[in-house]
Design a protein around this ligand. Sequence first.
Ligand code: NAD
Length: 411
Amino acid sequence: MRRKISMCFIGCGQFCRCFVPLFKKHPDVEYVAVCDLIPEKAQEYHEKFDVPIVPTFEDAISDPKFNAIAIFVQRHLHGPLVIQALKAGKNVYSAVPVASKIEEIFEIERLVRKTGLTYSMGETGYYRACAVFCREKMAAGEMGDFVYGEAQYNHDQRHFHYEHEGPNWRQVAGIPPMLYPTHSTSMILGCLPHVYATKVCGFGYREKYMTDIFGENGVNLWNNPFSNTAMLCQLSNGGVARISENRRLAFAGPNSYISQFYGSEGCYEFAVSHHYFSHWSKEDRKKLIMEEVTKELLPESVTAVLNNPDTPQRISDGMGFWESSPRQHTERIPIEIRHERNGHNGCHHFMVDDFCQAMATGLLSPTNIWQAARFNLPGLVAHQSALQGGILMDVPDLGEPPSDWPVLKLD
Ligand SMILES: NC(=O)c1ccc[n+]([C@@H]2O[C@H](COP(=O)([O-])OP(=O)(O)OC[C@H]3O[C@@H](n4cnc5c(N)ncnc54)[C@H](O)[C@@H]3O)[C@@H](O)[C@H]2O)c1
């Protein structure tokens, strides 16, 4: 018997508007309401999506009508709200990241373990076509042992929206990049079951121009001087990952991607619009086979014009943003939402369906708290490392989910 979902969305901002229609149409969901601190924003959603308004977060978590809360508030505010929702007995869907503080992530794990409630972090990086490709190649044994990977999330300040933050918007705009590491880390670690970062060192770029946003003289809530930060991670399987979180640079599309994912037997590489897979020949052990796999990893509308001179520009401008690629398994998505808009290159449907499937069945979402913690914790430590000039630091690990709580097999 599948459990039905009755959900209140907290935070009617830019991103949540992509998800209200999807959850509303998902066959496991029977009731949806919205809530925002700013009444006009909740009102806009009410009118646009025909959903009732709940006045406050506290009203939502104390109302027995709701068995799930979806957190879509600003990226640095998740931890305390998730903890309160779990303590109130609600299942939680959270936008990325899990939380900004290590102790909050530990507390969320403790509560999920104790209560058995569903927690799922909706991570686009886990479902990007490049991640699905590398995950499946690894699982099939075609890449051998993972040795080295590079992933990044490039998102320049000028493409964020802070209008509604009011005159103090710079205080939150200057968030340390490594407090939001999960798009990048998930693309690598999401392909490597049971693997996690054991040690990291981080190096930050001290912003030289936008010093009214990034700086140590109180311009932001964290006294954070870095607009861009990179970390090198030692992984538990012996491999190494370089992860970069950049908020001030001239690169936009695609904004999160694996540039290299190297295994002893097979390697993946990507640049702008072309994806490659190289591997050793089965017949001739010294012969390296190089295949272009672009058609599997870009939407058909993009591959149709791949060799046009303006295609890199159009990709940078967002061509294909709402579509999935052949590698992504859209056939698993319930028909009720399969043809809805599917943002971040065809990832949103998977995040919604993961949560619904997990809550309806009682199994774990692939981006459960144990996995999400492995995506999030290395970045929090790397920021501390960068502040201390790149010292090598241990990364805490919350281990594996309880052995009697299996993960859904979905993708
Ligand atoms: N690729 C991705 O996965 C991706 C992309 C974009 C945004 N996000 C995430 O989505 C989340 C939302 O981002 P956004 O750009 O829509 O933010 P936003 O600033 O546009 O909206 C956040 C809203 O939350 C409201 N809010 C804050 N605290 C609240 C509370 N206690 N109760 C009720 N409402 C509250 C604010 O008033 C605001 O309207 C962020 O966590 C961000 O990290 C993820």
